[in-house]
Design a protein around this ligand. Structure first.
Ligand SMILES: *[C@@H]1O[C@H](CO)[C@@H](O)[C@H](O)[C@H]1NC(C)=O
Ligand SMILES: *[C@@H]1O[C@H](CO)[C@@H](O)[C@H](O)[C@H]1NC(C)=O
Ligand SMILES: *[C@@H]1O[C@H](CO)[C@@H](O)[C@H](O)[C@H]1NC(C)=O
Ligand SMILES: *[C@@H]1O[C@H](CO)[C@@H](O)[C@H](O)[C@H]1NC(C)=O
Length: 465
């Protein structure tokens, strides 16, 4: 936007240069100035609106994607019969209570417009219904590889227990291969799984970081040559799963995978050229953990907010610079002196600040320890955003909000909003945990559901070919 002084200067020199036809140009000049004024006015008021939006309506408004256009289920059938572990059906979601609450609570009927602020799901009824259909009928064909394949370590599920930062990748493959979603008959498959592991390729000395792109290109060429499935859709009914951050450039020599296939990845930022939002999906980065912390609910959370991590991005630098001396928001860089778990258990809010790598490990950590995540990372697909209403259990702010963080969080505690968020954190935790074998609605099943949502356009492509 031009500052007013530039505008003035511009119109001034414009008028001076056309002095001869000055009288002739007066109407034109006036019209030009009026349009500029209107443009400026629109721009200015939209700034006010945006700032207002950022400060008073902190969470982004994620749109609910209707899960399956092909499904016409009978809603009343499951409503009274199905209950998620630990959940009560929200009263405004039951058809019966919906009818009776029409007068007293008109907002409660706004189901078609998306979720209420503190509902954990955008629309739980549709989700549960569609999930059951997915669980019953979804079929995946996995490209088969022999045990003596020289790259069996990359292509077959790991024998050892998944571990470390990228555990999600191997948990998924292990769980899928043993699940009832697998079919040996490719003609009945909804989707085709390419089982290479980016993390294993990264650690394989024959491949390494430098060789991943070539490996993937060759892999796709191979399945293209040996099977008819890739060519039918240009790869649109194929998917892979990767958590390692080198995965973001792994498809650089396999454009079809990048542009057509479904990429289920931990690095789900809109700003990564390899990630295509809505087509691809976020795989949450979850460390392997067995039991729940014993003091999950009872823990007294004295600290307002906590962050620890390397200062490796401008955003983190900003957070650390702004809050390093604060007595309510604890930011640490470098080594923590206290156990990480104690910090997460002792804080009301836990900051997830986008670092050099884009990932969601801290979100998984916060939820596990019952700490309300505060997400400061502009524009990325949060895990299961098609299903879960993130504003009901987290605080999503933009980089511009960093200086106001304390005010925002204290406001949430004093208004009671914090307690609702925390209650919902305890509800959504189950969707962020791995189990072997998987259990309904855990992270594996949620990822399967995200894949199911993305399968629907494929038969149309098939007909067209
Ligand atoms: C839906 O299911 C209920 C209970 O099983 C049944 O009474 C009702 O007629 C069904 N409605 C439709 C449209 O099939
Ligand atoms: C999902 O499918 C499995 C295996 O068929 C079954 O045990 C489980 O009850 C199903 N879950 C739901 C919610 O339908
Ligand atoms: C798929 O298409 C590619 C090139 O378009 C071709 O080289 C390949 O042979 C095709 N594969 C099959 C199995 O028809
Ligand atoms: C934090 O404290 C240090 C030393 O006490 C001081 O130099 C610095 O300016 C303070 N920073 C902020 C952001 O208040």
């Amino acid at each position: 936007m031009l500052p007013p002084s530039t505008l003035y200067h511009y119109s001034h020199s414009y008028a001076a240069s056309s002095l001869k036809s000055f009288w002739f140009f007066i109407p034109t000049t006036l019209a030009l100035l009026t349009s500029l004024f209107i443009l400026f006015y629109i721009y200015y008021t939209s700034i006010i609106f945006t700032i207002h939006h950022q400060h008073y309506n902190l969470q982004p408004t994620f749109q609910f994607k209707s899960p399956s256009p092909t499904l016409h289920p009978n809603r009343s059938e499951f409503i009274n019969t199905f209950k998620l572990d630990g959940y009560e059906l929200q009263s405004q979601h039951g058809l019966a209570s919906q009818a009776s609450s029409k007068e007293s609570n008109p907002v409660g009927n706004a189901i078609t417009y998306g979720s209420q602020k503190f509902d954990v799901f955008h629309d739980k009824d549709i989700f549960v219904e569609d999930y059951k259909e997915m669980n019953r009928s979804f079929k995946i064909y996995v490209y088969p590889h022999k045990k003596d394949d020289p790259f069996a370590n990359v292509l077959l599920p790991m024998k050892s227990e998944p571990s470390g930062n990228y555990a999600s990748e191997s948990y998924f493959k292990k769980a899928l291969m043993k699940s009832h979603f697998i079919t040996k008959d490719p003609t009945e498959a909804d989707l085709f799984f390419m089982p290479f592991s980016i993390a294993s390729l990264r650690h394989d000395r024959r491949i390494g970081v430098g060789g991943i792109k070539d490996f993937i290109r060759d892999y796709v060429e191979n399945i293209n040559r040996n099977y008819p499935y890739w060519n039918r859709t240009g790869g649109a009914d194929h998917f892979y799963v990767a958590c390692h951050s080198v995965g973001r450039s792994a498809m650089d020599k396999a454009a079809d995978v990048k542009f057509n296939a479904i990429q289920v990845v931990c690095s789900s930022s809109y700003f990564l050229s390899g990630y295509i939002t809505h087509k691809d999906a976020c795989l949450p980065q979850i460390w392997p953990r067995n039991d729940n912390p014993s003091n999950l609910v009872s823990s007294i959370r004295k600290k307002l907010a906590f962050f620890a991590g390397a200062v490796n991005s401008p955003l983190r630098k900003n957070v650390v610079e702004t809050w390093k001396n604060d007595s309510d928001i604890f930011v640490h860089h470098g080594r923590l002196k206290t156990p990480y778990a104690d910090e997460l258990l002792g804080s009301k809010f836990c900051l997830h600040v986008k670092g050099y790598e884009v990932n969601t490990a801290r979100i998984g950590d916060s939820l596990y320890y019952g700490c309300v995540p505060v997400i400061i990372a502009d524009y990325y697909d949060l895990p299961f955003v098609d299903v879960l209403n993130w504003k009901s259990f987290s605080v999503v702010v933009t980089a511009l909000d960093i200086p106001f963080l304390k005010k925002i969080l204290i406001g949430m505690v004093s208004s009671g909003e914090y307690l609702k968020l925390k209650k919902n954190v305890l509800k959504v935790r189950e969707h962020f945990q791995w189990h072997s074998p998987p259990i309904d609605f855990d992270v594996f099943c949620m990822v399967m559901y995200e894949l199911w949502l993305r399968r629907s356009s494929i038969p149309i492509l098939l007909e067209a070919s």
